[in-house]
Design a protein around this ligand. Structure first.
Ligand SMILES: [Zn+2]
Length: 193
């Protein structure tokens, strides 16, 4: 397994559409393992392959909250085949949009069809945080970030702040200063996915 670098917005690779995998072969299995390791290290509860620069339709999840404990879930070519009319709102965060959180409205319940680690076709009905997380990760495969679901005003403000933070970090690195750890503590309700 290998730890991979997580891309942050605004990186053009995060806006691209990912391609389906032909099958879950050893190489895709390795990618899934690397993604899980990278997600746990971040730490986050979900990760999509384009977030590590691999434009392939692979996502991983592991929600460990009081109300939901899923254990590791890996999905190749995930596809939403049914969605509820009822919506749910969650405050979302993203490993590719560090330190920013916003309420996003999505269908409360979805059914996902996907290939599992052994290449078998599976279907899973997801509710609550898992439903949010799965939809957030599938969005990544289509080049959509959670900030694309909020107002343009707020999105542009977040993107400007991310760009400024990146420039400051690059300047500090050029000056030989050690990279700062993010100062603010993540809010309990927010999820980095
Ligand atoms: Zn994300």
């Amino acid at each position: 397994m290998a730890l991979r670098t997580i891309l942050t917005a605004p990186d053009p690779r995060l806006k691209k559409k990912s391609k389906p995998v032909a099958s879950v072969d050893a190489e895709v299995g390795q990618l899934m393992d690397d993604m899980l390791e990278t997600m746990y290290a971040a730490p986050g509860i979900g990760l999509a392959a384009p977030q590590i620069g691999e434009l392939r339709r692979v996502i991983v999840l592991d929600i460990d909250r009081e109300e939901v404990k899923t254990g590791p879930i890996v999905m190749a070519n995930p596809e939403i085949v049914a969605a509820s009319d009822e919506d749910a709102t969650y405050e979302e965060g993203c490993l590719s949009v560090p330190e920013h959180y916003s309420d996003v409205v999505r269908p409360a319940k979805v059914t996902v069809r996907y290939l599992d680690r052994d290449g078998g076709t599976k279907e899973m009905t997801c509710e609550g945080l898992l439903a949010t997380c799965v939809q957030h990760e599938i969005d990544h495969l289509d080049g959509i970030l959670f900030i694309d679901h909020i107002s343009a005003l707020k999105r542009n403000m977040i993107l400007r702040k991310l760009l400024k933070a990146r420039k400051e970090q690059e300047r500090d690195e050029a000056d030989g200063k050690p990279a700062d750890k993010p100062k603010s503590k993540k809010k309990e309700s927010a999820s980095a996915i």
